[in-house]
Structure formats: C-alpha cells, structure tokens
Design a protein around this ligand. Sequence first.
Ligand code: GLN
Length: 508
Amino acid sequence: MADLHDMTVAELAAGLKQRDFSAVELAKRFLARMGGNPHNAFLDIDSEVTLAQATASDQKIADGTAGPLEGVPIAHKDIFVTREFATTAGSHMLKNYRSPFDATVVQRLREAGMVSLGKLNCDEFAMGSANENSAYGAVTNPWDTTRIPGGSSGGSAAAVAARLAPAATGTDTGGSIRQPAAFCGITGIKPTYGRASRYGMVAFASSLDQAGPMARSAEDCALLLSAMCGPDLDRDSTSLNVANEDFSRLLVLPASDKPLAKAGKDGSALRIGVPDHWLAWEEGHASAQVDGCSPAVRVAIQNALHAYEQLGAVVQSIPLPHTQLSIPVYYIVCAAEASSNLSRFDGVKFGHRAKEFSDLADMYQRTRSEGFGDEVKRRIMIGSYVLSHGYYDAYYLQAQKIRRLIADGFQTAFAQCDVIAGPVAPTTAWKLGDKANDPVANYLADIFTLPASLAGLPCMSIPVGLGDTGLPVGLQLIGNYLQEASLLNLAHRFQQVTQHHLAKPEGV
Ligand code: GLN
C-alpha cells in the first residue's frame, strides 16, 4: 500500500470503506504533515475540529451510513466561509472573522463525508496571479521554494502538490484554479458558471466567480466535483437549474484502446481545436502572430497534443477571435464588480473597524485604508472609475460588448471542434518578487485563462510535463457549456497513458 499521504482521493475513499485505515488515522497523518505550516499554505488549522469531524466519519463508516467520500480529508481556500474555522479571504479586513454558516460548497463536501483540514492561503479577495497579494504572506511553490505557486488559489495548489492535503477547493474568477494547478503540477477544474453555488464564497466578481476542485488526477476532480455542485436556487440567484451529475460516469476504466471519439455521437474522432494565436500547431499556420509562450511551455503542450493524436483525436488549428482583448475586458469587468462587492466592508457590519475616527465618513475611510491591501484598493478605484458617469459607456459598456463577442467566438469555434486546448499560462512559475510590484505584468500572465472565464465555460488544467527548468507545465482544456464530464474523461484518458500527474516535487 502506498503511503497514506501519497494516495489519491479515490484510493483513500476505497481504503476507508474497506477499513484499511481510519479517518482519524488519516487526519492525524495530514495534521502532522501540516505542522510548521510548510509553504505558508494554511491560514487556519484547528486539529480539534478536524479530529472531531474524522471521529464522526469513522462512526458513519461503522454504522453503514457513510457518504461517498466519507473520511477523506480536504482543505478549503480561505474564500469559502466556514463556521468552524476563521475566514479571512486573505485580507486584514476579515482578520479573525468567523462566519455563522458554511458556504454551500463546504457544506456539500462535508455531507459527502469529507473532513476539513483547515483554510488555505490565497490572494486578498482572490485578486492576483501569484499569491503575493495575501495579507498573511506569500505562499511558496513546493517545486522550487524561491518561486510563486500561482494565484489566487496558491495555498490550495501548494498544499496538494506538497501532500499536505489530498485535495483542496479553489475558486476561479479569471484563472485562479487553472493557473496555480498548472504551476504546481496538479489537476484542477472550473465548472460551467452556475454549476457550483456561490453562496458563502466571499464575492470578488460575481459574474465570473466559480468554485472547483484541485487534486492530483482528473478522476479525483470528477469525484469532488460531483459532491460539490448542484442547484442552490434559493441562495444563489445565478445557480444553474440543472440536475447535478455524476461527473465520473464517462471515465473509462481501466485504460481502453478505443480511439478518442465524440461523446455519445456517431463515434467519429474527437476534434481538439488549438486557437491559432495561442499556440502554433500546424507548421507555418498563423506563426506571425503567435503567441508569447516560453519554449518550455510550447514544447510540453505540443507533446501533450501529440499524445492526444496517439489516442485517436484529431488536433487542428482554429481561429478564436477577440480573445486577445480578454485582458482589458476582464480587468474592467472584474474591477467594476469588485468595487461594488467590496463596498460592504465599511467597518459597520463585520470585519475590521478603525480604532480612531472623528465621524462616520472618517471611520469608513480609515477602516478601508487600513483593511485593504494595495491591489484591492487599485481595483476598487479602477472599478469605481469605469462605472462612473461619463466613463461607463466608454469602458464598462464596451467591455461588456466585447465579452459577448468573446463568448460568441467560442460558440463558432465549437462548431469546428469538440474541445479547445492550449496553454494555461505563457510561462512556468516565476520567481517570488519578480512581478510583485508590477500589476500589469501579473495581468498579462492571465491571457490564456481569462477567455473561458469571460464566456463562463468549463475548463481545466492538467500537468503535461516539466519544462527545462524542472517546473510543471499545465495544458488547458476548455469544453462547451455543461460538458464537464467529457472534459474530465479527456483528461483522464491522458492520465491513463502518461505519468506527468504522478510527478512530485523533490523531498515530498
Ligand atoms: N489573476 C486574476 C486576477 O487577478 C484571476 C484571479 C481569480 O481567478 N480569482 O483577477
């Protein structure tokens, strides 16, 4: 039997059911590994709470009332509110804040039996691409501790890569599940917007925010996604009114020789489209306007696409117009929504309040000046600007129109291919501090993750090898609306014939 902390969610769930080990034993193992808080991945740990949940899970296993993931540990990004752990959203504004309720996602995972290991570091209010915007310090990348783990779900990715937790929740507004998953060599999926409830997720940009799992394999992500999604119509007005699915139902077990075909159609080969200005695929095609990827990323992605050809898929270049405008569009839309969402942090209802002030306006001002970090303030200012009279039409409305064009462009593309593939990020993880004082450099690194977010499409990242510096590279897979199960199967097929997802950082 593999080391407990090296086992996947699927293996742990099976081992617990067979009583190979207990939930308490498992929780203790991870709590021990979390001691000293490696990589600064955790923001709140409470072994009493974790062990109490594990004990209850062992009881359920003994009673025969266990949930599908009973006793399997998970840690939550500190964007999800939790009753039993503090919730800070990586901000001083919410230091020591305790929610009176659990986020729907947290509650559902607990109902499925999962035991919470605590809360994970992240960029303040999920704004960032490097986890350097956390008020509680940066997280380090387990593959190279002089580097960033990616963001904003950096604590989640580092914890899973370092085997501090077998799985974690993340949130993705513009790439925050996919990019840290790519940088830390793990697997993560953002479902279709509206699949997972936003209730109890500290809001950043409500039309984009979406929760998803981060784990070591597509199979694990499928199990976790099945437990966390589903309608929550009374509590989230953008929750999709579609029945939840078993997202692992299409996973082909064991490995199959059948060529990759379109799901449920005529059995013809699956077509993977590679946007021509994201990555040069066909020789000479669109190479003039390509692509800004580092050679290490380009080679790893091209190799992965060749592996898909071996599996029977047809890989072809496709146009995907307007996606190069994703950066300005996203940073207008998300700032606008953030400026509105974050107006609730005024020192009155909850969170930080300035100690000294002269009157109400002064209290608001001091509270927000003290409570928010630089990046959050920057976005509130940009957001207020683009929504203000006289600028609304010029910026916000234009951005919304282009957002629509981007979404339409994907639908045109999906007439030509079944899945879209490309890089997650132009480079591998950069050095801590390299872009810390350069917000625009951080924004530019989001070029490949923003389009699917703006369109609300399901998308994921899977590890496809180590670049020349020995750092993980992620392949992005984007499906059409509600196609998570096919996407997960596609990732799973790749993981059945390759080893990249099994690679782990030295010493872990
Ligand atoms: N890097 C992007 C940003 O800073 C995405 C963040 C996210 O997905 N939460 O906004």
